[in-house]
Design a protein around this ligand. Structure first.
Ligand SMILES: Nc1ncnc2c1ncn2[C@@H]1O[C@H](COP(=O)(O)OP(=O)(O)OP(=O)(O)O)[C@@H](O)[C@H]1O
Length: 231
């Protein structure tokens, strides 16, 4: 099973040092929480891992390879970066059919992922009528099409109600139990504390902490605020 390995990753946008010499591992079979305040560089890091942004320096390797060098990218890594890019006039099922081509997924897999994200009742309705939580579920279904070894989720709990969050936690646990490496960025620290096995905390593009939740003491929130306080 593949992992995500970030080594010396750096991205400058002109004078903005979005990510600076960042290194961490997200191993197979582990849920890694990727945390940081607004503008810390989380999305930029995840976009570099997915080959959407070219690093200024360093590497992000998935199963030992750069995204661009993966022979079967959609089977190796699935990602939900934002619940955008959904055509409002399409049904959820049509959206997945369009994605299924590049993911080389069988059509039976479309039904499977619709079940997995519990969208069976809405799959044939137009996306225009979907709630934010339903869009999140559809995004997740798309990421799961190729049954990827590494799953990268940017704010997946956004828009989910408490039952939805509990459901998502169960799904991520099941996937990590089957050896998937899961990276979840989030602002909802209480949710993260219940879901993840380890955390990576970044602030202003730099690593502040990588390790177990236990290593941060009793309160993730206090540790987070201390680690990301302005100098
Ligand atoms: N394409 C870009 N051009 C210029 N600056 C950018 C670009 N993308 C990101 N940045 C800057 O890089 C920094 C890191 O942004 P990024 O979106 O990675 O942070 P983030 O941790 O995901 O934040 P948030 O939690 O608010 O989504 C910010 O200062 C942002 O303005």
């Amino acid at each position: 099973m593949a992992d995500l390995s970030v080594r010396g990753l750096t991205k400058h946008f002109g004078a903005v040092h979005a990510v600076s010499e960042l290194s961490f591992e997200a191993p197979a079979g582990v849920i890694t929480g990727f945390l940081g305040p607004n503008g810390a560089g989380k999305t930029t890091t995840l976009r570099m891992a997915l080959g959407l942004v070219t690093p200024t320096a360093g590497t992000a390797l998935i199963g030992g390879r750069r995204y661009a060098d993966l022979p079967h990218p959609r089977r190796t890594v699935g990602a939900v970066l934002e619940a955008t890019g959904l055509h409002p006039g399409r049904t959820g099922r049509d959206h997945l059919r369009i994605l299924a081509g590049p993911a080389r997924a069988a059509s039976s897999r479309i039904d499977e992922v619709i079940d997995l994200v519990q969208l069976s009742e809405s799959a044939d309705r137009r996306i225009r009528g979907y709630s934010l939580g339903m869009r999140q579920r559809l995004g997740l279904a798309g990421a799961l099409l190729g049954d990827p070894e590494v799953l990268i989720l940017d704010e997946p709990a956004n828009g989910l109600d408490p039952a939805g969050m509990a459901w998502l936690r169960g799904l991520l646990r099941e996937l990590s139990g089957r050896g998937r490496a899961i990276v979840v960025s989030s602002h909802v620290l209480s949710e993260v504390a219940q879901t993840v096995d380890q955390v990576v905390i970044v602030d202003r593009g730099r690593l502040r902490y990588a390790g177990s939740l236990d290593g941060l003491g009793d309160s993730l929130e206090s540790a987070f605020l201390e680690l990301t306080a302005a100098d």
